[in-house]
Write a protein that binds this ligand. Structure first.
Ligand code: SAM
Ligand code: DTB
Ligand code: SF4
Length: 328
């Protein structure tokens, strides 16, 4: 039913279809595999902000670039749980905690994050983290604490990667994703467009994702948020039709995955976002902020859902749907 043997040529042909034909095909796949009225609402919180040692050229949190981000040490558990409760009250069913770390270290900060995971899990939300690279053992400890999903992006193609990040390799990223998968944690893995990559790079990134032994359960597609002080600050704004093309192609290649319309929404109109949902996006990040940059408010998103006839997906329903399909 889902394929893991996509070739570059096949993906190229899909990606280059006339736009409306591509959207029509993606929408048809989406209707066959998913409930198109449901959108997963995932709230992000930056629990440790800025001061990161890495050189990711897009990132406001890299210590080496002079951006407006204020460094903040790891938050206290109680404060994080209060944010999670607020997100839950606003209809969010997944809570994702992000840390500007190169990798997880086995120290007291990690112990505190494990307690945060336990606390959010006890509230009945899907808990997600994005904490940089991790080892097999750290993935197991997160799983034991009740972590539902882990976000670690490929960001771009293997070929273009070195133009964007030099302080860790593509291979290392794939290892982290492997550890997450092996620990039984749901994999959230996608990338960014607007980094200066070619269409071929986008296709190669999608190919890497769609030919993993198991597709990531969720695939965030981010439009670059251009940050003053980073090397990519003057890149051109991502064209909405490029975003639609990426989402539609991801939907066709990975029909059961949650395709997430991620960074960049605050620069998109409701009509533009509607096109992305039509093309198969079924997940968003909610809340006033992504990690450090603006995002539409809960209220604006609520209104958009009303207009488009969408509603937030219940917690753990993606896993339930998968079970139903596999029993059938
Ligand atoms: N430090 C961890 C890591 O790199 O895995 C976790 C946090 S990091 C900010 C998570 C992801 O956010 C990155 O992999 C990248 O895909 C995305 N991201 C960061 N800055 C962005 C930007 N300016 N525009 C779009 N996406 C961005
Ligand atoms: C993902 O793919 N996008 C989110 C999340 N995973 C962690 C992050 C987007 C960050 C955008 C820039 C910022 O707000 O700092
Ligand atoms: Fe650090 Fe993650 Fe930003 Fe890279 S993307 S600089 S690892 S916080």
């Amino acid at each position: 039913m889902t394929r893991n043997d996509w070739t570059t040529q096949e993906i190229l042909e899909i990606y280059n279809l006339p736009l409306l034909e591509l959207v029509y095909r993606a929408a048809s796949v989406h209707r066959t595999f998913n409930n198109t009225a449901e959108v997963q609402v995932c709230t992000l919180l930056s629990v440790k902000t800025g001061g990161c040692s890495e050189d990711c050229a897009y990132c406001p949190q890299a210590a080496r670039y002079h951006t407006d981000v204020k460094v903040h040490a790891l938050m206290q558990i109680q404060e994080v749980l209060e944010y999670a409760q607020k997100a839950k009250d606003a209809g969010s069913t997944r809570f994702c905690m992000g840390a500007a770390w190169r990798e997880i270290r086995d120290n007291r900060d990690f112990e505190r994050v494990l307690d945060m995971v336990k606390g959010v899990n006890a509230m009945g939300m899907e808990v997600c983290c994005t904490l940089g690279m991790l080892s097999a053992n750290q993935a197991e400890r997160l799983a034991e604490a009740g972590l539902y999903a882990y976000n670690h992006n490929l960001d771009t193609s293997p070929e273009y990667y070195e133009e964007i990040i030099t302080t860790r390799t593509y291979e290392e990223r794939l290892h982290t994703i492997g550890h997450v998968r092996k620990a039984g944690i749901s994999v959230c893995c996608g990338g960014i467009i607007g980094l200066g990559e070619t269409h071929e790079d986008r296709i190669e990134m999608l190919k890497t994702l769609a030919t993993l032994a198991e597709h990531p359960e969720s695939v965030p597609i981010n439009a670059l948020v251009r940050i003053k002080g980073t090397p990519l600050e003057n890149n051109p704004k991502v064209d909405i039709w490029d975003m639609v093309r990426m989402i539609a192609t991801a939907r066709i290649l990975m029909p059961r995955s949650m395709v997430r319309l991620s960074a960049g929404r605050s620069e998109m109109s409701v009509s533009e976002q509607a096109f992305c949902f039509m093309a198969g996006a079924n997940s968003i990040f909610a809340g006033e902020k992504l990690l450090t940059t603006p995002n539409p408010s809960f209220e604006e998103d609520h209104q958009m859902f009303e207009v488009l006839g969408l509603h937030p997906m219940e917690a753990f329903s993606a896993a339930k749907n998968k079970e139903v399909v596999s029993i059938a």
